[in-house]
Design a protein. Structure first.
Length: 184
């Protein structure tokens, strides 16, 4: 078996490499697979670094769009939802059919209000959207720093971080939605 180079990553696992445990292991026999151990290697593969740059660019475009949108109605009053229609998107189907907002109603408006510096009305439109907008604002420099550095900045596992973030966002959105439905 060729020696394993500790300076390379496994081709299908960017954060880990496979190494032999003990070649003299009693389970080793001709033709049998050797047991392997997983050793943490925090260096990011090139494709992961490239994806971090693409994520940063995509999120920067989202924030730029939030600045470009007008979250105020013709009278200058802040909207609470439907700002996304300025992008040519249709009104929310759930609002159209039931008169009740969906869990994401007001997200675009809260992003845009926050981008315009109107924190109070951003929180009023959709506080989960305000939290998400602040998080997205922090992710852009984090992703660039991690890509340049070649290692995740401040976290050990990208997969674990994404899982926690997605679950947290869903809990916030659904919690806010439940409160809105109870109040209406």
């Amino acid at each position: 078996m060729p020696p394993i180079d500790p300076n390379t990553n496994a081709p299908d696992d960017p954060g880990f490499e496979l190494v032999d445990d003990d070649p003299a292991d009693r389970w080793s026999s001709p033709g049998a697979r050797l047991p392997v151990a997983r050793v943490y290697d925090p260096r990011l593969a090139r494709w992961v670094r490239g994806m971090l740059v693409l994520i940063a660019l995509g999120l920067a475009a989202v924030l730029g769009t939030a600045v470009w949108l007008n979250p105020y109605d013709a009278d200058g009053q802040p909207r609470t939802m439907a700002t996304h229609t300025q992008l040519g998107l249709p009104p929310c189907n759930m609002v159209e059919l039931t008169g009740k907002p969906c869990p994401a109603c007001g997200m675009t408006t809260s992003f845009s209000l926050l981008a315009h510096g109107d924190v109070r009305n951003s929180l009023r439109a959709n506080w989960a959207g305000t939290v998400l907008a602040l998080f997205v604002t922090a992710v852009v420099p984090w992703a660039v720093a991690s890509a340049v550095r070649g290692r995740y900045y401040l976290i050990r596992s990208g997969e674990a971080a994404v899982t926690v973030i997605v679950i947290g966002l869903l809990v916030m959105m659904l919690g806010r939605w439940g409160i809105v439905l109870i109040q209406s």
